[in-house]
Design a protein around this ligand. Structure first.
Ligand code: UT7
Length: 345
């Protein structure tokens, strides 16, 4: 516990984030399945148009996993790339956290399946579920294990096979989602500040606005529940949209406030890739320029917990983020849940 606090961007009111040693993201990776489902493909499945989807969401295509390719496969592929990027062997990993709403099965957890697939035999493994906010929730949890010196190396993954819970007869939702995975390796590095702050929030009173009613203890699988299509994602799009903008703006502002940072100091904003109109509204209200905002939703749609993880990896690979740059991640999802993180890269 003797590590000095990071030398810059410290806000005394965010002390809890510096109670232990700093936590850095030392490697990132992502994986998306090969199959591309275009807007034109969707026009043959539901009553929609390329023009409606692009103007209302910004999405042009999304990736769909093969029938025998599960969330753990997507997660393992992303994890392997992140480990390679970090120069870490699977045996060095102490803990695997998978954020997902589409686990391979209710149990065992997907993190255990990933542990086996990548050969991280020393690692403890568990899943967390915070829907589209899952990756930042998992980052925060992983960070706590690093800061407390419980573990040296934590692998955090956001992975989804949303195509399995998408109702392909519902045009209100089926145009939005895609499959994929992103991963980050956490360690403490003396020469790097890493995660400067993370803040999370939730409002359980709005849970019914975005949910999958079937498959749990309330509506276990029965012929009737399947008949009623309860095992598919349901969303009140308009309400979710409004709440997403408000919560992402507030979470982003809170994260900046905790680090005593102005939005102009942020090199790259990586928001949850839900809808271009949401991202535009969030950027405008945060006072950011469009150039600061990273977007890849045109290629992948909304991949829930994988969304910012994939985007972070792509932003790094495209050179949009360089060492020392300040990055703001901000997310919103079912629950409702939301979160933001500031990273010094
Ligand atoms: O990951 C968690 C966060 N998720 C989100 O934040 C998603 C938030 N919500 C949204 O992105 C938007 O609300 C949607 C993209 C889902 C919908 O956009 P909207 O501008 O809110 O449209 P709407 O739901 O108000 O629908 C407008 C019209 C309706 O027709 P009527 O009732 O006005 O005749 C819909 O039936 O558009 C119709 N519509 C479609 N038309 C063609 C809805 N979906 C489609 C479609 N193609 N795919």
């Amino acid at each position: 516990m003797n590590s000095p606090a990071p030398k810059s961007f410290v806000n005394p009111r965010a002390r809890h984030n510096y109670a232990g040693r700093p936590c850095s993201i030392i490697g990132v990776g992502s994986y998306v399945p090969e199959r591309v489902l275009t807007n034109a493909d969707l026009t043959r499945m539901v009553d929609t148009s390329d023009e409606w989807i692009i103007t209302r969401t910004g999405i042009r295509e999304r990736r769909i996993a093969a029938p025998d390719q599960y969330t753990s496969d997507l997660a393992a592929a992303a994890a392997q790339k992140a480990l390679e990027n970090a120069g870490i062997t699977p045996q060095q990993v102490d803990l695997i956290i998978v954020a997902t709403i589409t686990p391979d099965m209710p149990f065992p957890n997907t993190a255990c399946l990933v542990q086996q697939k990548i050969g991280a035999t020393r690692a403890a493994a568990f899943d967390i579920e915070a829907a589209c906010s899952g990756f930042i929730y998992a980052l925060e949890i992983g960070q706590q294990f690093i800061m407390s010196r419980t573990y040296e190396t934590v692998l955090v993954i956001g992975a989804e096979k949303l195509s399995t819970i998408t109702d392909w007869q519902d045009r209100n939702t089926c145009v939005l989602f895609g499959d994929g995975a992103g991963a980050a390796v956490l360690q403490s590095r003396p020469d790097s500040h890493g995660l400067l702050t993370t803040c999370m929030g939730a409002d359980g009173s709005k849970g019914s606005l975005l949910c999958m009613p079937g498959g749990g203890s309330r509506n276990p699988a029965t012929p009737e529940s399947v008949q009623s299509r309860l095992h598919y994602l349901k969303m009140d799009g308009k309400e979710t949209f409004k709440n997403a903008v408000t919560a992402m703006v507030q979470a982003g502002q809170e994260a900046l406030r905790r680090c005593a940072l102005d939005i102009k100091q942020i090199k790259c904003i990586i928001p949850h890739q839900a809808n271009q109109r949401i991202l535009d509204a969030v950027a405008e209200r945060l006072g950011a320029t469009p150039e600061q905002v990273f977007m890849n939703l045109d290629k992948y749609g909304n991949t829930s917990a994988a969304s910012v993880a994939i985007a972070l990896d792509e932003a790094v690979r495209q050179g949009r983020i360089q060492r020392g740059d300040l990055v703001l991640l901000v997310v919103f999802g079912a629950g409702f849940t939301w979160a933001a993180a500031v990273i010094e890269w």
